[in-house]
Each structure stands twice: as C-alpha cells, then as structure tokens.
Design a protein around this ligand. Sequence first.
Ligand code: C5P
Length: 254
Amino acid sequence: MPSSETVCSSLASRLGTSPKERLIIALDVPSAAEAQKMVLQIGDAAVFYKVGFQLFTAAGPQIVRELTQSGKKIFLDLKVHEIPNTAAEAIKSAAALQVQMVTVHASGGSKMLRAAVEAATSAGQTQGQSAPVILAVTVITSLADEDLHELGLNVTAKEQVARLAKIAHGAGCGGVVASPQEISEIRKTVGPEMLIVTPGIRPVGSDKGDQSRIATPADAIRSGATHLVVGRPITKAANPSEAAASVVNEIATA
Ligand code: C5P
C-alpha cells in the first residue's frame, strides 16, 4: 500500500501538499450568501473548497470568481459528459475561472477526456497560469453491480472503476475521484503521479449521512488519497472551523 509520501507527485506538489491543502470542503449550500457565510465561519482552517451542482446552479460562476479572488482554491465539480468539442469548451470556461480542479466523467471516453485535457492545457498556456487539473469520475458510488448490469455492462463496479481509471490515465487526466474502498486498487492501476480525490470521508464519531462506503481521514490518506472531500461533517458541525482543523490535524498525523 503506498504511503502518503510516495503519492506526492509533481502535480500534487503544484497544488500544495500541506495537510490543509489536502482537505477540500464541499460547499453544498443553496446560495452565494450561505457559501460566503460558511467560508467566513471556517476562516483560516481551510483553503480548498468544492463547488458542485447545487451551488453552481444557484449562484453561477460569480461565486467561483469571488472565492478565487479571496485566495481560495476551487474544485469545480461539474462532472462534464459531452461530445469532445462541447466538453473542451466547457473546460475552457472553467479554466477562465482559475479553478484548480474540474471533473469530467471517464465514461465519456478517451476522445472526450483527451479533448478536456488539451483544452485545460491550452487555456493554462494562454492565460499564463497553471492549467486546471482534469479529474475523471469513474463509477459514481451510488451505482452497484446490478445497476451496471441494467445498463448492459457485464462487469462488477470494481472492474469498471479499474478500467475507467486506466482510460483516464491513458488520456492524460491528472487525477480521479474515487471512494475510499477503491483507492489502493486505483493507485496500483494509475501509478504514483495521478491525484486521487476521495469523498465519503467520516471522522470517527461523525454522522454517516447517506454515505455508505466511508473511511476516516487518516485511513484514506494512508491508502494513497492525495485529497479528501469532506462536506457535512464540517459544514453541519456546531463549530465548522474546529471540525475542519481537526480533519487537517488527522491528515497531518496520518
Ligand atoms: O457531506 P459529504 O461529506 O457526504 O459530501 C461529500 C461530497 O462529495 C458531496 O458534495 C458529494 O456530492 C461528493 N461526492 C460523493 N461521492 C462521490 C462523488 C462526489 O459523495 N462518488
């Protein structure tokens, strides 16, 4: 099993490898005002935030601009799944927002993934800054083996995850999103360079919510995750800043 040290790739170094830079807080809130309020409450305890469908649909790119302008790093979780040209144009727009990471669906296929990677790289060069990392989502964790069979895929979710991770690696994606249970297998498939960003994190004693395949921050880091996505255990905590600091501390000691 790789240690967190062996996965500190050049890509990870570019994004920052301090424990605080490895925690991404999911800003799953319904408005820009609530997002700003949460970021203010968390204060210096975190620097990296995930903006997903809920917030992006409600508040649009402006909230991303405001957060990046105030020095926050952003993981824009758009899960793009489109024809290559449209995917590339969406990635260009995301790159203009100066985000650090954007998600695409690996099941969009090699052509779409390569188009996304090329669009990110060329947008980075044009803007004279680092290109956003293209993260591939393999099999979303709510899908079980029987759901894949229903879709006509005669494989287990685990096999499909490994297959899609390999395709994402071959297409030049910088990382994958994976559940804690998949980290070790994916790391074996994609080698040390790719980022592995892991949701489904639950510090000991916190509420599981609707997540089923969970791990503690320390276990996920020890399995080879480069970044952890944590939402409700921090955003719903009585003191979000303390909750974030405690996860950062657990990352540091792992
Ligand atoms: O609140 P919680 O910690 O469960 O939030 C996890 C975040 O990670 C949510 O924004 C969720 O959409 C996202 N996510 C996930 N499982 C995946 C992919 C993304 O929980 N497979």
